[in-house]
Design a protein around this ligand. Structure first.
Ligand SMILES: NC(=O)c1ccc[n+]([C@@H]2O[C@H](COP(=O)([O-])OP(=O)(O)OC[C@H]3O[C@@H](n4cnc5c(N)ncnc54)[C@H](OP(=O)(O)O)[C@@H]3O)[C@@H](O)[C@H]2O)c1
Length: 345
């Protein structure tokens, strides 16, 4: 089993076709630093060379574990982290402002035990902050050698385009990568985000390729509520008896049958689907344990045949999202409310 490498957008950097996500490293995911270091080392030994974390994951603990794991191995790993999420009670300890970015990057560099970040990502767009303010601050960090590349996460297509235009018009460093939610159950980005990413030659590293666990096969129709750290933390989201989840459970039943007929595990089917989109560079896998990692490593060398991809389209049509709550996008109901908002309301 060898993991292939793919070009990271148009940067010239080669990254493994699976990226290791570190969101589960640290409490409340897996509190053991020893386990976390072991997961990172096993991934690197298997050929993974891109690791994704964020300052907010376990409020910095995930970056600390990644930093520990990379001692002596830093040079050959493409380290991606993020800023934007709240990192304290003070009114300014979050966001996309130059002021916060200057502080957030120093804290991430210290926790990661490194002098540079390969990909520094804006975790979410910020309505009240001029995107040029953010790109200007990030461009300065690139010129100072503190970061190599700029990325975004969960940006709508219009914001991705805006970022490219700002870079061109105001001579800023360009955003080279987008990190969107993408899985068989969350295909919304196929309509606009992925075509736009392709048009601008962006790397695409999707998050939650197993829809947070739905596509592992552990949540089944009529089955018992399985033991899961996520289900404990977000009970409604993974409730197998909830009417809100019925369409996901029905899709999972059909997908499990399809996987069995194709001689694949459901995990291989799910990761193979994300890997197959021509706009995708590397899905970010999010194992909480070493055993979960082992079950995902084989997917990068198990491409899905066209007839299996066609059969997936029949179960969940292109562009459809059954799992909106898992995507980080604002649900349409909230969008409507914000459209109705008037000054002062
Ligand atoms: N940019 C963003 O906004 C954003 C958002 C989310 C994630 N991410 C990134 O994407 C990475 C992956 O996201 P994700 O963790 O949501 O990915 P995911 O692969 O969709 O879900 C991971 C979860 O699936 C379950 N799982 C994984 N392997 C399993 C196996 N072999 N058997 C049974 N269950 C298994 C685990 O649930 P249990 O823990 O319940 O066992 C695990 O926590 C993160 O680490 C992070 O780097 C980014």
């Amino acid at each position: 089993m060898t993991i292939p490498y793919r070009p990271f957008g148009r940067t010239g950097v080669q990254v493994s076709a699976l990226a290791l996500g570190a969101m589960n490293l640290g409490s409340p995911g897996n509190p053991s630093h020893e386990d976390g270091v072991g997961i990172v080392h096993r991934a690197l030994d298997a050929g993974i060379n891109i690791v994704d974390t964020a300052d907010v994951y376990s409020q910095g603990e995930s970056e600390v574990i990644v930093g520990k794991a990379l001692v002596g191995r830093r040079d050959d790993v493409f380290v991606a982290t993020k800023f934007h999420g709240r990192m304290g009670d003070d009114v300014n300890r979050f966001g996309n402002s130059r002021r916060w970015i200057a502080r957030a990057v120093e804290a991430s560099l210290t926790r990661l035990r490194t002098d540079h970040i390969d990909l520094y990502q804006v975790h979410r767009p910020e309505e009240d902050t001029d995107f040029d303010e953010t790109l200007g601050a990030l461009s300065d960090l690139a010129h100072q050698g503190k970061i190599r590349y700029i990325g975004t996460s969960t940006f709508p297509a219009s914001r991705i385009v805006e970022g490219q235009w700002i870079a061109e018009k105001r001579n800023r460093e360009r955003v080279v990568a987008e990190q969107p939610p993408y899985s068989i159950l969350a295909r919304g980005i196929e309509a606009e985000v992925l075509p736009v990413a392709q048009r601008y030659g962006l790397a695409v590293i999707p998050w939650s390729p197993l829809a947070g666990g739905w596509l592992t096969g552990r949540y089944r129709f009529g089955g018992p509520q399985p033991q899961s750290s996520r289900a404990d933390r977000q009970p409604g989201r993974f409730d197998v008896d909830s009417a809100d989840n019925a369409d996901k459970l029905a899709a999972v039943e059909a997908l499990a049958l399809l996987a069995e007929e194709a001689g694949l595990t459901l995990i291989e089917l799910a990761l193979g689907f994300v890997l197959a989109h021509p706009a995708v560079t590397s899905p970010i896998i999010g194992p909480r344990t070493l055993a979960q990692l082992e079950q995902q490593l084989g997917a990068a060398s198990t491409p899905l045949p066209p007839d299996v991809l066609d059969a997936i389209d029949k179960i969940v049509p292109p562009g459809t999202t059954l799992s909106a709550r898992d995507t980080g996008y604002v649900p349409p109901a909230l969008q409507d409310a914000s459209l109705r908002r008037r000054p002062g309301s």
